[in-house]
Design a protein around this ligand. Structure first.
Ligand code: AMP
Length: 276
């Protein structure tokens, strides 16, 4: 495994690489969710590149950029058996002083996370476009955990004719259903237990739909009531949306994306499932 920090070194290595390159962009502090993407890339490509970059552009001014967990040594040990190249650029390498260009996807970014985190997706699409230009992957791997992110990136790739395939990988969960996330480390013991309520609410939605409930509003309400029983939980949104347009629906017509953002204490967690 080779670790590189500059764009120039990354480019040189890419040029020397034969066969398809699978790429997994991450913000580090890796867990089994990230590793599932790397394993998938390993299965499908002779060369695997992982980037670790906590992208300042996708955090709002009151968000957790500074406190976001970081442990490069641990990350590298986890990647070693699976990865050929790890790209760890500095903030300055990615955004030099005179940096002034942005990539923005409209429409899909107006709702859900985009509605409550202004500028977030502009930061995501800008950094991912830059990473795609630097790494020049044949396939890039993203988690369903961030459902809107992967939809937005697929749209960017299509609209801008980027020459690569975006692969979506299933959400990896803890035993009690909590989706793995670097941010779960913010939770204390009690909050960690409370956080399982997100998954229970998703399972409730699934059960209601499978029992024949067609009224999305009724399902949202039952999910809300379940989550509100958890004193640590504060709902930011609960959404039942068309899985392609991400627009809210009233009447269930599969496939639908059920998603939510809930604060447990100060920690903001997101999760989703697609019902098909
Ligand atoms: P992050 O480091 O949080 O930016 O995540 C990097 C990539 O890993 C993104 O494509 C995420 O969607 C994906 N990812 C994060 N958590 C999970 C998970 N629990 N299961 C599957 N993929 C995940």
């Amino acid at each position: 495994m080779i670790v590189v920090k500059t764009i120039e070194e990354m480019r040189e290595l890419r040029e020397e690489t034969a066969g398809s390159v699978g790429f997994v962009p991450t913000m580090g502090y890796l867990h089994e969710g990230h590793l599932s993407l790397v394993k998938k890339a390993r299965e499908e490509n002779p060369a695997v590149v992982v980037s670790i970059f906590v992208n300042p552009m996708q955090f709002g001014p009151r968000e957790d950029f500074k406190s976001y967990p970081r442990d490069t040594r641990r990350d590298l040990a986890m990647l070693e058996p699976l990865t050929d190249i790890v790209f760890i650029p500095s903030d300055k390498e990615m955004y030099p002083k005179d940096y002034d260009s942005w990539v923005e996807v409209k429409g899909l970014t107006d709702v859900l996370e985009g509605a409550v985190r202004p500028g977030h997706f502009r930061g995501v699409t800008t950094v991912v476009a830059k990473l795609f230009n630097i790494v020049a992957p044949d396939k890039a791997y993203f988690g369903q955990k961030d459902a809107q992110q992967v939809a937005v990136i697929k749209k960017m790739v299509k609209d801008l004719n980027m020459n690569l395939e975006v692969v979506t990988c299933p959400t990896v969960r803890e035993k009690d259903g909590l989706a793995m996330s670097s941010r779960n480390t913010y939770l204390n013991g009690e909050q960690r237990k409370a956080a399982a309520v997100l998954y229970r609410a998703l399972m409730l939605a699934q059960e209601l739909v499978f029992r024949g409930e067609k009224d999305a509003g009724a399902i949202r309400l039952e999910m809300k009531e379940l989550i509100e029983k958890e004193p640590q939980a504060n709902i930011e949104y609960i959404s039942i949306a068309d899985n392609e347009t991400l627009k809210e629906i009233h009447h269930i017509k599969l496939p639908v994306l059920v998603s939510m953002a809930v604060k447990i204490g100060k920690t903001r967690l997101i999760d989703n499932i697609v019902l098909e």
